[in-house]
Design a protein around this ligand. Structure first.
Ligand code: ADP
Ligand code: MG
Length: 350
């Protein structure tokens, strides 16, 4: 028998809920933000209010079987991602995240070591983004894992960017590239099915690193938010791309009471996203428009202000805002201008 692969397993019952919280507390004992006054250990965290700044508060919940599959999601990555998607919501308001609380529901399927892995991922994200974990809640669940994170951030009132600020004539831009996380998911789903069919085969993940990394270890674009502060640039409207470009731009249009013209050929796709989508017989446009979980920023800006960010290689102009009556449209690579659908316009492509 090969005992090498046997990982140590401590039942949560041996520590109890309070013992488990103690191990979490030990991991996050050093608070880094001056606004973090009291963290884990009391009935509530204490946060220092800031003069002339407003507080941003957001929450995101991830449920096993709905938002993640532990067959191919290491717990450390899951913790990292759960934190990142919250940081991204604060970035999308043009703010900076500073504190999170983490609430988990766990069954006895999970060991102390497994929960430790989860919090190692959260800690890695918190260290990188300079965010403090200041509290949470722990409870049991019948089978699956649920992780719910709340995030708090700060922003100057005049810097807040809402979904509702887009004006006719504004440019529409995105950061980074789109669709890679969606293709990463397709790759991992394929390998999972292959593994179920034949557990002896090794996964074939050659040249898929970028796609898988985009799915399992996304980043929040706070680098962009910080750059903009220096450039004195404030978008007119913004949202983060968690559900796919088509659906997010429609949120901006609905909130701003405007329409949009997107040019498909301008949407930034990584070559590996393009190649892998063809390999999977998926139209690359589906990745770009309907693939989610990229956590890039989608924003609008006046043509004049656009000049401030124009030279950033990480920002791509993909369209412009038009009158609401003209609708939300996509100029396809064939020169057809079609209505933008939030769910797959690929059925137009017969
Ligand atoms: P209460 O009964 O007041 O809810 P708890 O015993 O649940 O207190 O929590 C004690 C402390 O530990 C609190 O500061 C709480 O925020 C923190 N805490 C509890 N569970 C977690 C968790 N899963 N992650 C981080 N902090 C936690
Ligand atoms: Mg509690």
């Amino acid at each position: 028998m090969n005992t090498k692969n046997q990982v140590k397993r401590t039942e949560i019952a041996t520590l109890g809920e309070f013992g488990l919280i103690e191990t979490i507390k030990a991991k996050f004992d050093k608070l880094i933000n001056p606004t973090s006054i009291i963290g884990i250990g009391d009935d509530a965290a204490v946060i220092q209010a800031k003069e002339n700044e407003q507080i941003l508060l957001a929450a995101d919940m991830m449920v096993e079987g709905i938002h993640f599959d532990l067959a191919y999601t290491p717990l450390k990555h899951l913790g990292y991602k759960a934190a990142i998607i919250n940081f991204s919501d604060i970035a999308a308001m043009n703010g900076v995240p500073t504190q999170i609380t983490v609430s988990i529901a766990i069954s006895n399927r999970f060991s102390v070591e497994a929960i430790d892995e989860l919090y190692e991922g959260i800690k890695a994200a918190c260290s990188l983004y300079q965010v403090d974990l200041v509290g949470g809640d722990t409870t049991s669940s019948v089978s699956g894992l649920i992780i719910s994170i709340s995030v708090l951030g700060f922003v100057k009132p005049e810097w807040v960017v809402k979904r509702s600020g887009a004006k006719v004539g504004d440019y529409v831009c995105v950061t980074g590239d789109l669709g890679a996380a969606y293709m990463g998911l397709q790759v991992l789903e394929r390998e999972k099915l292959g593994f179920i069919a034949d557990p002896t085969i090794q996964p074939n993940l050659e040249e898929k690193d970028y796609l898988i990394q985009r799915l399992l270890k996304p980043e929040a674009r706070l680098d962009i938010i910080h750059q903009w502060k220096e450039q004195n640039f404030i978008p007119s409207a913004m949202i983060d791309i968690s559900d796919g470009l088509a659906s997010e731009i429609k949120h901006i249009c609905a909130a701003s009471n405007v329409g949009v013209q997107i040019v498909y050929e301008n949407i930034p796709l990584d070559p590996s996203t393009q190649n892998t989508s063809l390999e999977f017989n998926i139209n690359p446009s589906v990745c770009a428009l309907n693939g989610g979980e990229d956590y890039e920023l989608l924003f609008t800006t006046s043509a004049e202000n656009y000049l401030k960010v124009k030279n950033n290689p990480d920002i791509t102009l993909i369209g412009h805002i038009i009158e609401k009556e003209k609708g939300c449209n996509l100029l396809t690579e064939n020169g057809l201008n079609i209505p933008l659908y939030a769910q797959g316009w690929n059925h137009f492509e017969k």
